[in-house]
Design a protein around this ligand. Structure first.
Ligand code: NAD
Length: 479
């Protein structure tokens, strides 16, 4: 199946007729092609967005909201179709795509369709100066949205929905590794009555298509989610053009477990926070630190549970761990397992490729637990982004806090304890944009989402996203 670009409401081939193969990670086979769009295609997307902006930015909030909610409803109506497409394109279990990815994409549109009707700005009365100041929150114009492959439609729509709700028009690029659901979204937008040109989806490689978006002088803001190195590159390109930037980047998140936690809840959630989506979630708790007094108990129970996870074809309903997203990513994760061994880490379980019967060329890997001696090793410092976690014991709160913060990343942290004072101390000190206490990945779309240090700049979610996608203009009236 050939995917096309979605520009001005139409589906079209890339102008240079350049194509990239699209792989099915569950069997390693090519099952379609996607455009490798050039600068000319991005320019087409831009011109279409620019011409739609005048009218879209003046469209009433009620009408914008109605269209976004319609998109949400149509995604729900097409749940099965989108679920199958996402699972096939990404390798994730179909059960996960159905329970999380597609419902969340629908929620993104519904949430921002509602949020825009509640978004307000401030006024300041300048007492004694006979003046009133008020702030206008105006859409930026044409904005660029670039997303990764791990939660394809979920993260793509997390950017697009607030951008268009706020009155902008968009040139968007999904990951070239997982383009399918973004392609299908175009059809839904047309059916929902989104005016032509408000959303333009241009497919292709980061270094060509993505680069053309970030270099475009009149695309005034870039919302990007992906790797830290790519984020740094985008910042370099965008800074001299003074583009507004939101960067959601990599993570190496600590999962800190104290002996006073609710043990069963912690254990079950830790299996999920380690291996959900094959460990390919930027929020996964990939460094597990366990209080010394319960370390051996935890180690035994955790490894026993991880061994029960079923690695299998994504469409089997009892599969817990599907395929990794691509051959190159599979090789990268395997390389890290070898690095872990060379560094003296002990493989407690996993570590090997899995051959799923009938799908021997798919990219399957056992969920892997590595016991490490210290936190300085590469498998504890570098983002692996696969079904691999490390575990090690700690003695004191002070020690674990130091280790938790001694990475270049700062996306999320998870803390398991029932001690309120410790919770307060540690949540204050952990260097992360999100701290979960006695839970993981419990999301409320109103909350600010993002990281510190090399995990990013800016926040998505709730009104933060609407603030990002608008310019504040102060108007001062003297009377
Ligand atoms: P990536 O950086 O390779 O690619 C992300 C997107 O950027 C893709 O669409 C890609 O084509 C594009 N891109 C690449 N080079 C570009 C360039 N020069 N100009 C413009 N666009 C370019 O990341 P990935 O491998 O797709 O995703 C995995 C990474 O994403 C991990 O590091 C993960 O932690 C991170 N991530 C972060 C969050 C978060 O919210 N912080 C969420 C999910 C994933």
């Amino acid at each position: 199946m050939n995917i096309k670009n979605y520009i001005n409401g139409n589906f079209q081939n890339p102008k240079n007729n350049g194509w990239i193969d699209n792989y099915n990670p569950s069997n390693g086979e090519i099952y379609g092609q996607i455009p490798n769009s050039s600068k000319e295609d991005v320019e087409d997307g831009y011109l279409s967005a620019k011409s739609a902006f005048k009218q879209w930015s003046k469209t009433t909030l009620e009408d914008r909201s109605r269209i976004l909610i319609k998109i949400s409803e149509l995604l729900e109506k097409n749940l099965d179709r989108f679920t199958e497409a996402e699972s096939k394109d990404n390798g994730k279990p179909i059960s996960l795509a159905k329970a999380i990815d597609i419902p969340r994409a629908a929620s993104n549109f519904r949430f921002f369709g509602n949020a825009i009707t509640q978004f307000a700005s401030e006024s300041h009365e300048s007492i004694g100066q006979n003046a009133i100041n008020y702030t206008l929150r105006q859409p930026i114009g044409v904005v660029g949205c670039i997303s990764p492959w791990n939660l394809p439609l979920y993260l793509f729509t997390w950017k697009i929905a607030p951008a268009i709700a706020a009155g902008n028009c968009v040139v968007a690029k999904p990951s070239e590794v997982t383009p399918m659901t973004a392609y299908l979204l175009g059809e839904i937008c047309n059916e929902a009555g989104l005016p032509k040109g408000v959303l333009n989806i241009v497919h292709g490689l980061g270094t060509t298509t993505g680069q053309s978006i970030i270099e475009h002088p009149d695309i005034k803001a870039i919302s990007f989610t992906g790797g830290t190195a790519t984020g740094a590159h985008i910042a370099k390109v965008a800074a001299p053009m003074f583009k507004k930037l939101s960067l959601e980047l990599g993570g190496k998140n600590p999962n800190i477990i104290f002996a006073d936690c609710d043990y069963e809840d912690m254990l079950n959630t830790t299996v999920r926070s380690s291996f959900a989506n094959q460990g390919q979630i930027c929020l996964c708790g990939s460094r597990i630190f366990v209080e010394e007094t319960m370390y051996n108990t935890f180690k035994t129970d955790f490894v026993a549970k991880v061994k029960q996870l079923k690695v299998g074809h994504p469409s089997d309903l009892d599969t817990n761990i599907g395929a990794l997203v691509s051959k190159s990513h599979f090789e990268k994760v395997m390389e890290y397992i070898n690095i872990g061994k060379q560094e003296g880490g002990k493989i407690l379980c996993g570590g090997n490729e899995v051959k799923v019967e009938g799908y021997e060329n798919g990219y399957y890997l056992e969920p892997t637990v590595i016991e490490v001696q210290n936190d300085d090793c590469r498998v504890n410092q570098e983002e692996i982004f696969g079904p691999v976690v490390t575990i090690m014991p700690f003695k004191s709160e002070e020690d674990v806090l130091k280790m938790a913060n001694e990475v270049k990343y700062g996306l999320s942290a998870t803390l398991w304890t029932n001690d309120l004072k410790r919770t307060m101390r540690m949540t204050n000190e952990l260097e992360a944009g999100i701290v979960w206490v006695n839970t993981w990945m419990l999301r409320d779309l109103r909350t600010p989402f993002g990281g510190v240090k090399e995990s990013g700049v800016g926040r998505e979610g709730g009104f933060e996203a609407l603030r990002f996608f608008t310019e504040a203009k102060n108007v001062c009236i003297k009377y």
